[in-house]
Design a protein around this ligand. Structure first.
Ligand SMILES: [Zn+2]
Ligand SMILES: [Zn+2]
Length: 66
């Protein structure tokens, strides 16, 4: 799979991620990786926060306002 944004510029770059918003494949230069905290509430343990990750292309990241 190749990066969609590079492809539209006539460049074939291998993709290393998939946008969570639109499903487009993105390369390292076009991926916007954000980290967010997931709150977990196990029944018998105290609540904890786990860092999670999401990959977006630039248009989707801009639409999200992040
Ligand atoms: Zn790219
Ligand atoms: Zn996208």
């Amino acid at each position: 799979m190749h990066c969609l944004d590079c492809h539209s510029q006539g460049v074939a770059s291998p993709a290393l991620g998939v946008c969570r918003g639109c499903g487009a494949a993105v390369c390292a230069n076009h991926a916007r990786v954000t980290t967010y905290q997931v709150h977990r509430r196990p029944l018998l343990a105290p609540p904890s926060e786990t860092p999670a990750r999401s990959v977006r292309c630039f248009p989707c990241a801009a639409a999200d306002g992040r």
